[in-house]
Design a protein around this ligand. Sequence first.
Ligand code: SF4
Ligand code: SF4
Length: 92
Amino acid sequence: MTTASVSSRLATVHFNVDDQAHIEVNGDNCVGCPSHPCLNFCPSGCFTAGDGGKIDYYYVGCLECGTCLIMCDRDAVRWSYPKGGYGISYRF
Ligand code: SF4
Ligand code: SF4
């Protein structure tokens, strides 16, 4: 059986990045979020710790898995797929 690391698998995907973000995070909702789970559950590391308990989000590299929409229980994530022709292309 062939095995490959997550990083080597991620290197096989292609992104056509739209100027307009398909996911937005309301950082005000993140203040007081007890454990900031998005820092761990996003497989692409799109969420990073910001100032004052807020979260910085960068949509480039998003795998469109939907985990953040399901796992954020404070209604901070506005989620949609990218416009047609944009976003991730899985080649394998
Ligand atoms: S889980 Fe949701 S509310 Fe909590 S820090 Fe992440 S985006 Fe913000
Ligand atoms: S959809 Fe998946 S990859 Fe994209 S930001 Fe949310 S958790 Fe991360």
